[in-house]
Design a protein around this ligand. Structure first.
Ligand code: NAP
Length: 530
């Protein structure tokens, strides 16, 4: 099996005190990590991407009506404002091309190896050995997962699914060869994805059967297109885009983020906004069917200006009877009714606990990720895993997510990871969070999660298999403040890298100052043994 000595092609040969870095995934956070490394003058990195193009979520999701319900001037990198956003909430294709352009502009694309899937990574002799589907093994001093959260489709376990005679596909695997015009279309699921697809297709299909298991709260979106004049203003005065970014960040923090983690007045305002929106549904029977029996924000809040209009159209059929099974002609509900369909769309979400898996990871002492995450994903401040040295994640477990800009979150994580990389370079160490630090943080988080609206009695992908919210249980502002100073070394175990590591100096001496090892516990012992 060939083993390439250096993670990146070209730059940063071993011995230059340049870390060899591998990033998994070239979506929003992988591109961001690449930009952060280049900005720091580090070119010795490779991004391994399993697909043939970059873009992650925005590459994989191409369903009709796809857009981002977070305002585009906020769903942008802070270093790359975009005066050309066509609307307050731009569509998916536009967002995809923004990522493509950013990757090209900052020189990230040349670091991407496409069609290269990571199968297994093992920490051995102070470096990661990364096996990919092309049969190669790459060696890296630092491994960063930017694999994303919502990328493994969740297929519903409904009897007879395979027997359907028409076209059936998941929203993240949209079959563009299927003509929808004049067809009897069904969609299972009523989450954020479905609420964008239904308005986009309702006018072209003959009948749209919407299978709703649980009603959802929908807040108005207030989307609008930007005129050419406005775009010119953005170009001329970039500070306007910065001001918009800050305004949307402030609004998300003050209104949405604080509402869902215990802010009762804010939650009441959210409730009022959603109920007012729902009031546009004229038929009381339909309105009752669309009214959730839990608090807004318990599931991820949907933002839409068009869903209620679409679901009131004469060819829309909201089906609330539970699905019994699928048969060749369509979906049969528990009341015995057969809903005949030509096309069945599964808008049933994602396996949110997968992260970079099915890739297997073997860390220090042979511990595997499957063992470490046997009871569910757990991480130190969303970025690190005990026993996995010099391994970092973007949008890892317990990240603040929900109705926030994931780019903002990922930027804070990338800054933190860059500070870790700096420590690794300067001190020539391997660092991993301690089990004690993770256990203490998770205990606090579990306690705080009880106060959040996510624990108030609904089913959602925010909950782990014990029904406890796995996402950051405080307002995002607190996360930003915690991440800003960078790593608290008391929470990490640091070990000197072995001789031969390109991060060691020419004499092979680790450069951790003796006094700085005091706080590192095992790290100090490890240093002494070298
Ligand atoms: P989702 O929110 O997880 O919704 C899945 C839907 O499928 C729910 O309505 C669920 O019903 C239903 N469902 C699942 N299994 C079912 C079964 N066996 N029988 C009947 N119904 C079933 O998935 P999503 O809409 O794809 O959204 C996932 C996430 O993607 C969002 O929460 C959001 O984070 C992200 N997203 C973001 C945007 C954006 O604009 N920023 C747009 C789209 C998606 P229950 O509610 O009863 O479980």
């Amino acid at each position: 099996m060939p083993e390439s000595d250096h993670a990146a092609d070209g730059d940063g040969a071993p011995g230059k005190n340049t870390p060899r870095i591998v990033i998994i995934g070239s979506g929003m956070s992988g591109i961001l990590m690449g930009c952060s490394l280049l900005k720091a003058g580090i070119r010795s990195f490779t991004i391994l991407e399993k697909a043939s193009t970059l873009g992650g979520t925005w590459r994989e999701n191409t369903y009709p009506g796809i857009a981002c319900d977070v305002p585009s001037h906020n769903y942008s990198y802070t270093f790359e404002p975009n005066a050309d956003w066509s609307a307050r909430n731009a569509g998916g294709a536009e967002i995809q091309s923004y990522f493509e352009q950013t990757a090209d502009k900052y020189g990230v694309r040349e670091h991407i190896r496409f069609d290269t899937e990571v199968i297994r990574s093992e920490w051995s002799e102070g470096a990661w050995r990364i096996e990919t589907n092309d049969g190669e093994t790459r060696v890296a001093d630092i491994l960063v997962s930017a694999a994303g959260v919502l990328h493994h489709p969740q297929y519903p376990d409904i009897p007879g699914r395979e027997s359907f005679a028409g076209k059936l596909f998941h929203t993240a695997r949209w079959d563009h060869s299927v003509e929808m015009k004049g067809k009897r279309v069904g969609i299972i699921g009523t989450g954020s994805t479905s609420s964008q697809i239904i308005p986009a297709l309702i006018d072209s299909v003959e009948r749209f059967s919407v299978f709703q298991r649980t009603a959802q709260w929908i807040h108005p979106l207030h989307n609008k297109r930007y005129s050419d004049q406005t775009k010119r203003m953005f170009r001329r005065f970039p500070s306007l885009m910065r001001a918009l970014y800050n305004w949307y960040s402030f609004r998300q923090e003050e209104f949405f983020s604080k509402a869902v983690v215990g802010g009762k007045i804010r939650l009441a305002l959210l409730d009022r906004g959603c109920r007012r929106n729902l009031a546009q549904v004229k038929d009381p029977v339909l309105r009752r069917k669309l009214t959730p029996d839990y608090a807004p924000g318990c599931k991820r809040l949907i933002f839409s200006d068009t869903f209620y209009d679409a679901i009131q159209k004469p060819n829309a059929d909201l089906v609330t009877d539970a699905i019994d099974h699928i048969e060749p002609r369509g979906v049969v509900t528990r009341d015995g009714c057969l809903h005949e369909l030509d096309v069945l769309i599964l808008s049933t979400g994602f396996k949110a606990d997968r992260f970079m898996r099915p890739m297997e990871m073997v860390g220090e002492g042979g511990i595997t990720l499957s063992q470490a995450w046997g009871k569910g994903p757990r991480a130190y401040r969303s970025i690190g895993v005990p026993g996995m040295p010099n391994f970092f994640m973007l949008i890892g477990p317990h990240s603040p997510i929900g109705n926030l800009s994931l780019i903002t979150i990922a930027e804070k994580q990338a800054d933190y990871i860059m500070k870790c990389i700096d420590i690794i370079r300067r001190r020539k160490v391997a660092m991993a969070p301690t089990e004690q630090a993770v256990a203490a943080l998770l205990a606090d988080m579990k306690e705080a999660a009880k106060q959040t609206v996510w624990s108030s009695g609904c089913q959602s992908w925010y909950l782990d298999k014990d029904g406890v919210p796995g996402i950051y249980p405080w307002a995002s502002g607190r996360f930003f403040r915690e991440m800003k100073p960078g790593p608290n070394l008391g929470d990490f175990e640091l070990k000197a890298l072995p001789p031969g590591s390109p991060l060691r100096d020419a004499s092979g001496t680790p450069t951790i100052a003796p006094e700085s090892t005091e706080a590192f516990g095992v790290g100090k012992r490890a240093l002494e043994s070298h």
